[in-house]
Design a protein around this ligand. Sequence first.
Ligand code: CIR
Length: 256
Amino acid sequence: MLTYRFTQAITRTPGADFAQGLTTSSLGPPNYALMLHQHAAYVDVLRSLGLLVTILPALPGYPDAYFVEDPAIVVPEAAIITHPGAPSRRGEADAIMPALTPHRPVQRIQPPGTLDGGDVLIIGKRAFIGISERTNSQGAEQLGRILEQHGYTWTGVPVGAGLHLKSSVNYVGNNILLISQSFAGRSEFTDYRQIVLGPGEEYACNTLLINETLITPQGFPSVYQELAALDRRVIELDASEARKMDGGLTCMSLRF
Ligand code: CIR
């Protein structure tokens, strides 16, 4: 099942303080000029796919705010503003709201529930909500109830290791998931065919499906080959600087 067609995206320019964002990576210090360059290339690709892209300005004091996927979830029926799991990111929720109110009725996750959009994988009318370091079971339950109001079913998925659910599992169309070894075969995902990525390839699980096109991180040639064998266009993008900050291609936009 294909998710609905995207016509728009919201992104945010990385701030000069972006290197102060949260990270567990040991890939070295990120470079701001390169980050801006890679972000601009990302926006260019979204535009080349026909999306109308809104670029919000950097948000001083919130170095992770360009990972706009986390403070909101957008479905055709609503926008849900989250209560991000990391205290340093909570202010991003109010900041993203004005960009969404023109497009969707807005609902909100309330504390003590916490939720990051990176934990939310929606495939058609089915939602998988990761319970992770950032998303607690109250947050998942609140989102699940909101989605139920709009006709969705949902399943909570314990994430264990890794930042978010979508660090390890993403939908690539045609009923296929791109999934890390540690999630492969889990009971929640048995309805899908799975392309399992092995050790060293996990980062490429964070591949973004925009309508018929897959955008995948550069540097994973065998993953590229597997994706190219699907009946889709595949675009590689260098996400090295976002990766140093534990982020990837899905994290840097809200699509709707
Ligand atoms: C964080 O730790 O919150 C950011 N440095 C990275 C967030 C990545 N977002 C995502 O995977 N959706």
